[in-house]
Design a protein. Structure first.
Length: 170
């Protein structure tokens, strides 16, 4: 059985000359990098497990030193690639919390049964996320708040929302 990997970072640049990489975290838990001993590089060929030698934080980015790379020329070719962990290594969430990969692709219906489309993107606004729901040439921006989101059923692949007045105007 092929493993599922969840992207938690993207290599955005090299750092220094000794093979460190600058990583933009794609996780709500950037501190998870400190707890990892290895990470998976998602490359065009196939996923590759790499050992983490050192982790430090620089503003909102993470500086990683991977044991397998020791020079800037070796890591230069990694720019733009994703870093991931096996799905079974995800940190548990509280009840009614979901990872973005679980929400993307859900079919969205109103409490009245109207199909609005599929969640294609998620925007983080600081306060709460906003789901971009698209169907053909229509797009709805749905705030991820309890007053709007009434049900999320991952097994059925759907979300039920309360369509307040003005929410569905385009």
């Amino acid at each position: 059985m092929e493993k599922s990997y969840i992207q938690i970072g993207k290599i955005i640049n090299t750092h220094g000359i000794r093979g460190e990489i600058k990583v933009y975290p794609l996780t709500n838990f950037p501190e998870r990098f400190k707890a990892l001993k290895e990470i998976v590089l998602i490359s065009p060929e196939k996923p590759k497990r790499l050992l983490i030698e050192r982790v430090r934080f620089q503003n909102t980015n993470i500086i990683l030193k991977l044991k397998e790379y020791n020079s800037i020329s070796e890591v230069e070719k990694l720019k733009g690639l994703a870093l991931a962990i096996p799905e079974e290594k995800l940190w548990p969430l509280k009840e009614d919390e979901y990872y973005h990969f679980q929400i993307l692709g859900l079919k969205v219906h109103t409490t009245d049964g109207l199909f609005l489309g599929i969640i294609k993107d998620i925007f983080s606004t600081g306060g709460s996320d906003v789901y971009s729901v698209k169907m053909e040439d229509k797009e709805y921006l749905i705030p991820a708040i309890k007053e709007i989101i009434k049900e999320i059923n991952l097994e059925a692949g759907k979300m039920i929302i309360c369509a307040r007045e003005g929410l569905l105007n385009s």
